[in-house]
Write a protein that binds this ligand. Structure first.
Ligand SMILES: Cc1cc2nc3c(=O)[nH]c(=O)nc-3n(C[C@H](O)[C@H](O)[C@H](O)COP(=O)(O)OP(=O)(O)OC[C@H]3O[C@@H](n4cnc5c(N)ncnc54)[C@H](O)[C@@H]3O)c2cc1C
Length: 115
């Protein structure tokens, strides 16, 4: 069998890449060395959907946290998995932090300003 794309590793990264690519007209395979999916770091994680406020400002991690967080509601609905969006209060201790708080609390604006 000839595939258009092969994804190595069925952790959360490979699985989500596979999900995205499955929406295209491609022959895909995911190659996983363990006997089950999510056998590596994905099995150990604490289940926190990071918001991006504690990542280094301007970093890729911050950008991906904000973008990924904004995608969660739609993604979990499509996947049919339970998801608890608990609230957290974000307080700006300095005037300079107020804008950053605003951006992080408004993901759609955050995406356009951070990406
Ligand atoms: C203790 C802990 C807590 C965490 N808590 C959080 C959290 O609360 N929120 C959060 O967002 N992130 C958290 N993380 C980070 C998060 O879990 C990882 O960033 C994420 O799971 C990485 O996913 P991955 O698919 O890239 O890697 P992995 O889940 O490690 O997947 C890689 C897969 O590739 C397979 N593989 C490796 N080599 C090969 C090969 N040669 N051939 C075939 N298959 C191969 C492995 O078996 C594995 O299944 C936590 C991490 C840890 C360790």
């Amino acid at each position: 069998m000839i595939y258009d794309a092969a994804i190595i590793g069925a952790g959360v990264t490979g699985s989500m890449i596979g999900r995205e690519l499955s929406m295209l007209d491609l022959k895909l395979c995911i190659i996983e060395k363990s006997s089950d999916v999510a056998s590596g770091a994905s099995r150990a994680n604490s289940g926190i959907v990071h918001a991006g406020y504690d990542a280094k400002p301007g970093s890729m991690k911050e950008k991906m946290n904000v973008k990924g967080n904004a995608m969660m509601k739609k993604t979990v609905r499509e996947l049919g998995v339970p998801y608890l969006r608990s609230s957290r209060r974000l307080v700006a201790l300095r005037a300079a932090s107020a804008h950053r708080c605003f951006v992080l609390c408004n993901p759609s604006q955050a995406q356009s300003q951070l990406l």
